[in-house]
Write a new protein. Structure first.
Lengths: 208, 83, 399
């Protein structure tokens, strides 16, 4: 049970800066959050019209995942149920819950209601990439690197997953932070060892 | 119908679509614009909020929302009733 | 790492009863919990039947002897969790490492939505302290505090599969020697937020729901809480009443199809059920009863039914949806239905799928229509499928 696990890649989006493997790759300081998210989408040059329907939490998590996997993820290595997703945040889907409640005054919006659950972001990522492995969303006050490390290690060592996307995705009004990690069982070019210290170090990256 | 197209784009957050991109007789669901079940529900909201028409039976949806033209015809027919 | 995890206690509160005994009695006598809305003040009061717990918040507080908890979600949670712990009767509980893993989807929303209405009229209106416990996590912590559980507390929020996920997460904590005992399950109270939302998705039934009926019209929302007390083999051996039931298998998968609908061929359900079987080492033919997710929506029932057809391939166990009694209790459903599954094993009973008039034409099996007792029940499969494609299945077995 001593096979190491590796952080093959990481992505941090906060303060209007996008970082991959601790290097800034895009920034757009002047924009509002919704505009910032769209600008990241355009920067990534992806065609996925359903992006525009997502709420801010899903957009943020989905974009972070696109950055995370780009150029360093070989989907062919894994069967659909071998890749899973484990995320956490403190405020669940509160940002969208508030917006949804505002619509109930006149006529409740089905499109917003769909996003009043924090795990829908997992659904969006899974739909795009056909990930069918175990997935979970936890609510806690702050990023718990030890918890993520323990939980994901357990899944990997017990062969419940061969690959896991994990991290923190949080949005509330204009405060937001996404930190995603790609955990795999082999070492590659930019890999660092999967430890809670490394997780925490990357989480604390403020992006300027 | 071009007003309706703009309303559809706004209601469904189709930010990458322009009214000219939506054909009058182009299927809205599955193929064509590729809308899904939640979009159908949002179109029901659109009918209610903009045109005060209530579509209470979700099963009528596919017929009414088949194309922009069928939507426009439905609106005209029911607005006449409401008037 | 593969040591058995025992179910030492169960606790429940729902539209059909305030305790396990009351719920059992209702299940045996076909008393469903749906009715005209009584406690929730919603514009849909006249139109949509719901399965409410038939007590106001004050009455709940009195029932549970809780004076300073205001949130309905927390009240329901505490009452059911307390019953589970009492039922488990663990005398030396203070010497054990204990965890509380609870799920919910609304958190303190019941209080927040009332605050919000006042707040919208003027910034100064509305009691801010009512929303301090809004987040899902706060509800869990409040209840853990009241139960005296400190060692491990966490909240899972994955829609309708949440409390099933809590239960198998709890089992993992025990197997990994992080705790000796876990109270695991979930809670949810009825709120305008959820009612309006489900109504706008047009999947609620204006009549009493008919899951797995060809002419089903949708779901009835419900509320409640359900918890199991899980213990390690070591702890089980010390108990006076030796637990006979184990959590034998579990699996979670993602359908990866749509945010709120299941894939028509039930891929997610199939993966979850077959994964749970694989984990338990059982064959489909070993399952004696399936507690269906069975919400009564067009979509769920055909997706789940199709997955069962594929997996069980001609050898169909007895099955039913107890949501025909309790309504769909969202974050609590996995927990409540886990309790029903355990009771089925303990008492050798199978619950009916109420109000089934016309079986679904596309499925080669029919859920049970009558309550059956004195049945040999050794293995029960319980399904919980949530929005976001999150699909979970649990298998409980006699040890």
């Amino acid at each position: 049970m001593s096979n190491d696990l590796y952080i093959s890649a990481s992505c941090v989006i906060t303060n209007h800066v996008v970082s991959k493997n601790e290097q800034s790759i895009f920034e757009n300081k002047a924009a509002t959050l919704p505009d910032f998210l769209v600008s990241v989408y355009r920067f990534l040059n992806i065609q996925y019209p359903k992006f525009h329907k997502m709420d801010n939490l899903s957009k943020l998590g989905w974009l972070a995942n696109e950055v995370l996997l780009r150029n360093n993820f070989d989907a062919a290595k894994y069967k659909p149920d071998e890749t899973g997703i484990v995320l956490m945040n403190a405020n669940s889907s509160l940002d969208t819950d508030i917006k949804y409640v505002a619509t109930t005054k006149e006529m409740a919006s089905p499109a917003l209601f769909v996003y009043t659950l924090p795990n829908i972001v997992i659904g969006e990522i899974s739909i795009t990439h056909h990930f069918k492995g175990e997935n979970a969303f936890f609510i806690c006050n702050e990023f718990d690197a030890g918890f993520i490390h323990q939980y994901v290690s357990n899944l990997a060592y017990n062969n419940i997953l061969q690959c896991c996307i994990c991290g923190w995705v949080e949005v509330l009004n204009n405060e937001y932070k996404a930190v995603l990690f790609l955990i795999e069982k082999f070492k590659s070019v930019n890999s660092i060892i999967f430890t809670k210290e490394n997780l925490y170090k990357i989480y604390q990256l403020q992006n300027g | 119908m071009s007003d309706l197209k703009m309303q559809i784009i706004a209601q469904l957050n189709l930010q990458d679509t322009k009214p000219e991109d939506i054909g009058d007789d182009q299927p809205l669901f599955v193929e064509g614009l590729g809308l899904d079940s939640i979009d159908a529900l949002e179109l029901i909201v659109l009918l209610q909020q903009h045109y005060k028409i209530k579509l209470s039976n979700a099963e009528d949806g596919p017929k009414v929302f088949k194309t922009v033209r069928t939507m426009a015809e439905y609106i005209t027919a029911h607005q006449a009733q409401n008037a | 790492m593969n040591e058995p995890v025992f179910v030492a206690g169960t606790g429940i509160i729902s539209a059909i009863g305030y305790t396990v005994a009351e719920c059992l009695d209702a299940l045996e006598n076909g008393r469903a919990g749906m009715n005209r809305m009584q406690y929730l003040d919603s514009v849909h009061k006249q139109r949509l039947p719901v399965a409410e717990v038939k007590l106001s918040n004050d009455e709940l507080a009195k029932l549970g002897n809780l004076t300073n908890i205001k949130s309905r979600t927390a009240l329901l949670s505490l009452i059911a969790a307390k019953e589970a712990l009492t039922n488990a009767g663990i005398e030396n509980i203070k010497s054990l490492r204990c965890g509380f893993v609870s799920a919910n989807s609304v958190g303190g929303m019941d209080k927040t939505e009332n605050f919000f209405k006042n707040f919208l009229t003027h910034n100064n209106k509305g009691k801010l302290r009512n929303i301090i416990n809004h987040e899902c996590g706060s509800v869990t912590e409040l209840v853990a505090d009241a139960l005296g559980i400190k060692d491990y507390i966490t909240t899972i929020s994955t829609a309708c599969s949440s409390s099933a996920n809590s239960i198998f997460f709890g089992a993992r904590l025990i197997r990994n020697n992080i705790v000796d005992l876990v109270v695991a399950g979930g809670t949810d109270s009825l709120t305008k937020f959820t009612l309006n939302g489900f109504n706008t998705l047009m999947i609620v039934d204006e009549q009493f729901c008919q899951p797995f009926d060809e002419n089903r019209r949708g779901l009835n929302l419900g509320e409640g809480a359900g918890y199991v007390v899980l213990v390690s083999e070591k702890v089980a051996a010390t108990l006076k009443n030796k637990p006979q039931i184990i959590l034998n298998g579990y699996c979670n998968a993602n359908d990866a199809y749509h945010q709120t609908a299941s894939s028509p061929d039930g891929t997610g359900s199939f993966l979850a059920m077959s994964g749970a079987l694989k984990k338990s080492g059982l064959q489909p033919a070993d399952i004696d009863y399936i507690n269906l997710h069975g919400t009564g929506t067009q979509n769920n029932d055909i997706a789940e039914g199709t997955a069962i057809k594929r997996l069980f391939n001609g050898q169909y166990p007895k099955m039913s949806s107890t949501k025909t009694f309790t309504g769909h209790t969202l974050g609590a459903s996995g927990g409540i239905e886990a309790v029903f599954s355990v009771l089925s094993l303990q008492h050798g009973i199978i619950y009916p799928n109420l109000r089934l008039q016309t079986p679904m034409a596309d499925l080669p099996f029919v859920p049970e229509r009558e309550f059956i007792k004195d049945v040999k029940v050794n293995h029960v499969l319980s399904n919980s499928f949530g929005f976001g494609g999150n699909c979970s299945s649990l298998i409980f077995s006699k040890y």
